[in-house]
Design a protein. Structure first.
Length: 136
């Protein structure tokens, strides 16, 4: 069953194509939390036959660039990016977001839906300069 997200006029929706067919969709929105201003990636989905080919990581980079571009025109920027990631689908989504620097948040910050893991990365300019540390 598809997840229905509430209507929000501040949300941005992106659709990615490979060739003449759809590859993925996402929805993100600016928000204010107790910690301050954040940008929330509420959903990122990749078409089944396009998975495990590197498209998701490229698309996530495009989403982050879209967030950066939107905030480049604003007087302020978010303190962090938040992503709600399915945690029960072989953890591929969790690994995808971790590859770009997102980390799971503490339990007290868990998502409203327990099947989603809340992940966060601190805002730094530019975000995509993040390089994960080599494993010892």
């Amino acid at each position: 069953m598809a997840k229905v997200l509430p209507d929000d006029p501040t949300s941005r929706h992106l659709v990615a194509f490979v060739g003449d067919g759809p590859m993925g969709i996402t929805r993100w929105r600016p928000a204010t939390e107790e910690s301050g201003q954040v940008a929330i990636i509420e959903y990122l989905g990749i078409v089944g036959n396009k998975r495990r080919q590197g498209y998701a990581k490229r698309f996530l980079r495009v989403v982050i660039k879209d967030i950066e571009a939107m905030y480049a025109q604003q007087p302020t920027h978010p303190q962090s990016l938040i992503a709600y990631v399915p945690q029960y689908d072989t953890f591929a989504g969790v690994r995808l977001f971790q590859s770009l620097g997102f980390q799971p948040t503490p339990k007290e910050e868990m998502a409203y839906d327990s099947s989603l893991l809340r992940m966060r990365i601190a805002w730094m300019q530019p975000l995509l300069d993040y390089q994960p540390r080599a494993k010892d």
